[in-house]
Ligand binder design. Sequence first.
Ligand SMILES: Cc1cc2nc3c(=O)[nH]c(=O)nc-3n(C[C@H](O)[C@H](O)[C@H](O)COP(=O)(O)OP(=O)(O)OC[C@H]3O[C@@H](n4cnc5c(N)ncnc54)[C@H](O)[C@@H]3O)c2cc1C
Length: 402
Amino acid sequence: MNDLRRPDRARTAIVIGGGVAGPVAALALRKAGIEATVFEAYHPGTGSRGGPLGLASNGLNALRVVGADGVLAGVGIPTPRMVIHSGTGKVLGTVETDPGLPTTTTLPRGRLAELLQEHAAAAGVPIVYGKRFVDAVDTGRSVIAQFDDHTTAEADLLIGCDGIRSTVRGVIDPAAPQPRYTGLIGLGGWSDGPLGVGDTAGSFHMVFGRKAFFGHISDGERTGWFANLPFKTFTRETLRDTAFEQWIALMRDLFADDDSAALTVLDHVTPESFIPASPLEDLPHVPIWSKGRIALIGDAAHATSPSSGQGASLAAESAVELARCLRDLPVPQAFAAYEQGRRDRVERVITTAARTNQSKAAGPVAARFRDALMPFFMARFTTPEKMAWQYGHTIDWEAPAT
Ligand SMILES: Cc1cc2nc3c(=O)[nH]c(=O)nc-3n(C[C@H](O)[C@H](O)[C@H](O)COP(=O)(O)OP(=O)(O)OC[C@H]3O[C@@H](n4cnc5c(N)ncnc54)[C@H](O)[C@@H]3O)c2cc1C
């Protein structure tokens, strides 16, 4: 409820960024009675399709609150399990989705944002494309956003959903941390073809290879794959200027001794479906999530490395939780309640993923220990019960925020 009896509640919001957090935040804010407009730097259809992204049960639960969980139906590959292998082909363990939860769905990363944008627009959320946010002025009663085309927009609030390299984060805290390199670079792709591999029957196979990490999933028609390569030193220019053929040759070399689908997939990958290399990064602790009338959600506040398979799900959760708090509380209390409810959870996920990154970048000795000990640990610690804190998380939209 947001009416004249509650003048201290926000009524309008500017949402910066149309990735995952942005469209979900706008939908949730509308549900909370706050009119939100999304401003996205790029034009539709100009982004990369991206490699495979798994939207986990908890993310689907969050999307359900705003009626957006159905947008993935028929688009992604249902993925009820991850199967973890060593480079020798031995199964080290499996992570099964609890059958009582929505099944994880794997789809191209860029497609998820497009689907959410389309859904939000169809629900009446204005999305303004080609608007790159550069700065904001908090007047104490409103926020005025400034864009690089010298236009402005004004609302009661501004929500920064502009990703791991957030500009909004720098506006509320010029000393905010920069993304941390994990020691791994990521490459991958998504193909509307089998890439030489068969239907994996809902399993996403992940291989701790002898020199690098490889994952793939296929439903026999569509195939997603990724590789994580330990790289100590590089420059962004080197990554950008390395040609497709050079990457394929390097990966063929790194995966040559592994018993995995890597070499078969690499034989079939085309430049069109290939996502070039980028450093994998996270943000373990962003000290300031909000200031005045401006707050951060998603990767802007709590970027986890891709190894968690949770970044998009956490972004969706935070979007819904922030809207629930703004529905019930004046702005400062709402921002505080949102952070109080979210920080421990997201930082726990980020820390867990950082440990996985160390295993992916293990040297030969550490890798032997990893392969020997992992079956023991996975059998005990990745059961549906033990993973319930992550995948079973639900948001009680009706519960009053306090
Ligand atoms: C290789 C890789 C694999 C991943 N795999 C998974 C996975 O399996 N499962 C999972 O849950 N997550 C995964 N993630 C993480 C996931 O993609 C992110 O956590 C998620 O996209 C975060 O959503 P967001 O909306 O916060 O940020 P983003 O999705 O990055 O969206 C930010 C948006 O803001 C826009 N923007 C940026 N700056 C501005 C500006 N100044 N003005 C206006 N707009 C701006 C951008 O164009 C973009 O559209 C992966 C990430 C990577 C890199």
